[in-house]
Design a protein around this ligand. Sequence first.
Ligand code: KIV
Ligand code: ZN
Length: 516
Amino acid sequence: MADDKVLIFDTTLRDGEQSPGVAMNVEEKLEIARALERMRVDFIEAGFPASSPGDFESVAAIAKEVRGSVIAGLARAVQNDVDACWEAVKHAAQPRIHVFLSSSDIHMMHQLEKGRDEVLEMARTQVARAAKYCPDVEFSPMDATRSEPAYVYQMLTEVIDAGATTLNIPDTVGYAIPEEFAQLIRNIQENVPNIHKARLSVHCHNDLGLAVANSLAAVQVGVRQVETCVNGIGERAGNASLEEVVMAIKTRPDFFHLSTNIDTTQIHRTSRLVSQLTGMGVQPNKAIVGANAFRHQSGIHQHGVTKMRQTYEIMDPKDIGHPRGTVLVLNKNSGRHGLKARLDELGYEVTTRELDHLFGAFKDLADKKGEIDDRDLDALVSGERRSVEDIYKLDLLQVSCGNHLIPTATVRIIGPNGAMAETTSTGTGPVDAAYKALNELIGVKNRLLEYGITSVTEGIDAQGEVTVRIEADERTFVGRSADTDIIVASAKALLNAINRAIAHMPGEREAVTANP
Ligand code: KIV
Ligand code: ZN
């Protein structure tokens, strides 16, 4: 590997999925994995196979299909985890087993309840086991930044001897400060005698807002693998954001003298996809991918950028695939060919069946909205792909509301056997009234945890994209939908979440099918 290349190890599907409330199904994870591959991420951590049958299935599915990136699975340093991890990643063109084990006294004492020697023995044994399966083994001493340095050096030395080929230094609780973190890396380079046999990596959390700064400080002292998540999602305050690390390296070659393999023009759409499928919105002022990242408000700035973009922009929005400046070519007169051609240009590989559905949805939207831009197409494609089997479909929704009316919704749905059911409810607002009617008709017990709405594009005719999170059967389910009518989008988003919940409750499914 060239020494001026920083490799990107993306853990959106593993640490990112550990964001509170995020739960994706196999198809959604595959879709993100395809987008990561398209962006030319070097390593995709596809999941934690021993953690649940669902995770195992997604890692195996990604390993079978995604051939352009190394596919890694996470494993605790226990035999079952390592075995399960190998069973899931073994299908990959280039598999990796990532073994982790805590190295800090606080974790060893209170979590593992084991002494230092026993922990060292676990690390050695399980790395050696992983290395028998797979030539590519990563090891992470969890909570490294709060561990006694000498113990970390010893652990790293022993796991390299046992077969680890990448050593990842996690700042698990986001505690480090950039200068201090860089010094820890230097100390590791100096005090681990066999360090030249392995690649160094870092994995930084953002509890103090320093995950990207710490990662870049490590890069500055020679680390050549950085672990990231798209949009910086992940446990608690998240992980180092992929787009920020990559664009810092790309924008400041004068400082870093380094590059990555990432096709940065895929960043914007991948960010949107991850946001849609996880239900985690991107804050407007988020660096690189926030809605305001390339918007200029003050007159002085607007004057500057219109004369010369670089006056107030350090990056070209086109470099991240930002749709600004895209020519609007699609409208209600466009045909299937035009739609297919634009989808191809955007990198979507759609099947003939998907195209049939998309074309119908595209025509409906174009009738309502006139011109359709790339962001509308993103919303249509992700709507098509995220659809679970629609056990219940919305057939009719009519609301009356206003400041002198009691908000009332009449809802008609089509159930699994084609039977229709209709009811009318009142509520505190039109969405509440529609939700009450839907819940009355379907009868699956659920609690609305979160409701969010964003606009897909600008303008009064924009589609509203609604994301809801519900709790049903002690699990969380996300539902999404986009429509130019926000009450319709809201109703469809709830139906989407309920359909997902039903798909997870086989017993419930038979019971509810009789309902309408
Ligand atoms: O934050 C952490 O320490 C981790 C490890 C599993 C690498 O996610
Ligand atoms: Zn982590």
